[in-house]
Design a protein around this ligand. Structure first.
Ligand code: PGA
Length: 263
């Protein structure tokens, strides 16, 4: 297996879990303890619920575990009850934002809203993890069109310079939390397709640097084939990121892969 040059990115999306600050602190400390201090080619990140972020950022002062927000408003501030701005999350240690997760799309977030959020995050030089993915697959392959359209709209206002901070998470909706996953070959095919769509819009030299993650029922068993055959640059992990031993096992798999040690 070829040694992987690019850094891999393993992101835990905690969603609306765990229930309390105490539980969140424990989960974070358990992960921190098991994520080696040694420099590796794997960047570990978690996106906890917003109320927990400030305290967790104090537990990771060196940024060994990056902290992200699961969502952010596209407005800068003002009379928007319940919303949280990018500046606010940045001020408590957030370095990346998940944008357009399918669970938010299901709650009514439109492609245009996702476009505004993606532009805002990238304009502020923060990392945006843009989620795309089809709800089902058909033999005719129309799901490629779905992903293309999501990318086209979300990235409409993004420049070549800004795209450097973009990460794409390919998350087929039918695979999220279901235990089902596409084959590694399917994931690789989609990765190539996403790169082609990006290359139609941005310089090839920048496109090569855009990490493409896979998300949807990633676990300790499928992580390795998805990295090796799927050739993804990391994972966006829901359920398994709440189980320390599973999450850290996946990180260890990524470390082995990043160092070219797996066969
Ligand atoms: P899952 O969630 O790993 O539980 O399928 C992934 C996600 O929704 O990002």
């Amino acid at each position: 297996m070829n040694k992987k040059q690019q850094e891999l990115l393993i992101v835990g999306n905690w969603k609306m879990n765990p229930p309390t600050m105490g539980n969140a602190r424990k989960l974070f400390l358990d992960i921190r303890e098991r994520v080696s201090k040694r420099a590796t080619n794997v960047q570990v990140a978690v996106a906890p619920p917003l109320p927990f972020i400030l305290e967790l950022s104090k537990l990771s002062p060196t940024g060994r575990i990056q902290l992200g927000a699961q969502d952010v408003s596209f407005e800068d501030g003002g009379a928007y009850t319940g919303e949280v701005s990018l500046q606010m999350v940045k001020s408590v240690g957030v370095t990346f934002v998940i944008v357009g997760h399918s669970e938010r799309r299901k709650m009514g977030e439109t492609d245009i809203v996702i476009q505004k959020k993606t532009s805002l995050v990238l304009k502020q030089k923060m990392q945006a993890i843009l989620c795309v993915g089809e709800s089902s697959r058909d033999k005719a392959g129309s799901y490629f069109g779905v992903v293309e359209e999501q990318l086209r709209i979300a990235l409409q206002d993004v420049s070549n310079t800004q795209v450097r901070n973009l990460v794409i998470a390919y998350e087929p909706i039918w695979a999220i939390g279901t235990g089902k996953t596409p084959t590694p070959a399917d994931v690789y095919e989609m990765k190539l397709f996403i790169q082609k769509v990006l290359a139609d819009r941005f310089d090839r030299s920048v496109v090569k640097k855009v990490a493409i993650l896979y998300g949807g029922s990633v676990d300790t068993k499928n992580a390795e084939p998805l990295l090796i055959e799927g050739q993804v640059d990391g994972f966006l992990i829901g359920g398994a990121s709440l189980r320390t031993s599973d999450f850290t096992k996946i990180i260890d798999t990524a470390k082995l892969y990043a160092h070219g040690k797996t066969s």
